[in-house]
Design a protein around this ligand. Structure first.
Ligand code: SF4
Length: 145
């Protein structure tokens, strides 16, 4: 599923793509369908078409990272090369991601979803959004709930 969203990444018009095959095991998972191997494979051609069809977006967000890190890195490298005006974002459900993930994405969200802590726009959230290594999670707390 894809959507153009304004709230997931501060100050960006973001094209968000759900990635299935989630490797997380969050208690209270808000998107259980993403834990299954469903949907179509995301290819370079599909990504190019999505970006073409959503003219005006300035960020591409992977909502999840699936189980194939090499494919994810390869797709992100393609977007970087073919669409240099776009920034790249990843919502991971893991506590920590590898160095090459930090390097490949401008924005990285880490942390599993914990219902008792709330999502990113909750001040008690355990999740963190980083922009080039800087924690910008507090940007969400100014948004109306
Ligand atoms: S990261 Fe957690 S909340 Fe998100 S789809 Fe995976 S298990 Fe569910």
């Amino acid at each position: 599923m894809t959507s153009v969203v304004l709230e997931e990444i501060p100050d960006r018009v973001t094209l968000a793509v759900d990635i299935s095959n989630c490797q997380g095991s969050c208690v209270g998972c808000h998107s259980p369908f993403l834990r299954k191997d469903i949907g179509e494979e995301l290819t370079e051609e599909t990504v190019d078409a999505l970006i073409r069809d959503n003219f005006g977006v300035n960020c591409f967000l992977f909502l999840g990272e699936g189980r194939d890190k090499e494919a994810l890195l390869s797709l992100s490298a393609h977007i970087r090369a073919a669409h240099p005006a776009l920034e790249l974002a990843l919502y991971s459900g893991r506590e920590e991601v590898e160095k090459e993930i930090w390097e490949a994405f401008d924005y990285v969200k880490v942390g599993p979803y914990r219902p008792e802590c709330g999502p990113l726009n909750s001040r008690s959230t355990n999740q963190r959004l980083y922009y080039h290594g800087k924690d910008i999670t507090s940007r969400f707390w100014r948004l109306p709930k």
